[in-house]
Design a binder for this molecule. Structure first.
Ligand SMILES: [Fe+2]
Length: 295
């Protein structure tokens, strides 16, 4: 059975206050104290980003959920049958994640996943401290993550064959350019919702453990205001405003306190998977997205 959505992400940090300021003043999420760290709210759920107090800056895990217990049980059995090491989490840990049950595993490139089921809502309205109108979440999940995948083909097969993802798009990225550059592969994969991709895999190493994560807002004004807030807070802008060719997302990228980038965008297409043919994109963008890897 297929994964329904990206429910949450877990990030470790030595600097909780940097994350609080970034979440509230730049991202526009609500930061709530939680066991020395933070829960970041972006909708009706108790949290979508869990910021844990740790020793270093590191992306810890992505929380992917199945739609229900039957799908979870079938899905986890399939992983075990394939020889994937599964570590069940305790009831207390599940409560902390606001799911009913979850297990831990890693994909073939070593990215940590928490696979669970169950949706807890607490009835508190989301109120953005920065005036963000809303984040586009719901059944589409909180956004997407792009993982480093040194074992690109094997890792793609793990998501497709074992977690029920489907191909949306693939491309090669040419960092050096010129005839001798073989390029680096990327796969964009969807799960059981209309978001263009929920997990993407990139064939390059990333020290922070994540290439980027994406959050989506309803329109250009929310993106433009976020860009203004990021500049006012002296956040490194990793990529200028631009429009991707594959998901049509208009977005910019900025550095987070975790060292990885956060893409902040609007207007991503929502394909009908029953009539969708996967694409092979020959370039990354229709316009914009000029990268600045420094900072
Ligand atoms: Fe993205």
């Amino acid at each position: 059975m297929a994964i329904r959505s990206l429910a949450y992400v877990v990030v470790d940090t030595a600097d909780v206050e940097a994350w609080r300021a970034y979440a509230e003043q730049v991202l526009g999420m609500q930061a709530i104290d939680h066991e020395g760290g933070l829960r970041l709210r972006m909708d009706e759920r108790p949290f979508r980003m869990l910021i844990r107090k740790g020793d270093a800056e590191q992306f810890h895990a992505a929380g992917l959920v199945y739609p229900d217990k039957a799908a979870f049980d079938t899905g986890i059995a399939r992983l075990r049958d394939a020889g994937v090491a599964i570590e069940p989490a305790s009831e207390d840990e599940a409560k902390d994640r606001h799911v009913v049950e979850f297990v831990r595993c890693t994909d073939p490139s070593g990215n940590r996943l928490e696979l669970g089921w169950g949706r807890v809502v607490d009835g508190n309205p989301f109120v953005s401290p920065a005036g963000v109108s809303e984040f586009i979440t719901g059944e589409m999940g909180m956004g997407h993550v792009v993982f480093p995948a040194a074992k690109l083909a094997e890792t793609r097969a793990f998501y497709i064959d074992l977690l029920g993802f489907g191909d949306t798009d693939e491309m090669r990225v040419y960092m050096q350019g010129g005839p001798d550059d073989p390029g680096l592969g990327m796969h964009f994969l969807h799960c059981d919702n209309v978001r263009h991709h929920t997990v993407a895999l990139a064939e390059f190493p990333v020290p922070s453990g994540l290439v980027h994560m994406m959050v989506e807002v309803p329109g250009l004004d929310d993106v433009g205001r976020a860009l203004d807030r990021a500049k006012a807070a002296n956040v490194h802008i990793s990529s200028s405003l631009g429009k991707h060719m594959n998901d049509k997302m208009v977005s910019f990228y900025m550095r987070s306190p975790g060292g990885f980038d956060i893409e902040y965008g609007f207007g991503g297409i929502q394909p009908d998977w029953t009539s969708f043919t996967p694409t092979i994109s020959l370039k990354e963008d229709e316009w914009g997205h000029q990268w600045d890897f420094g900072g």
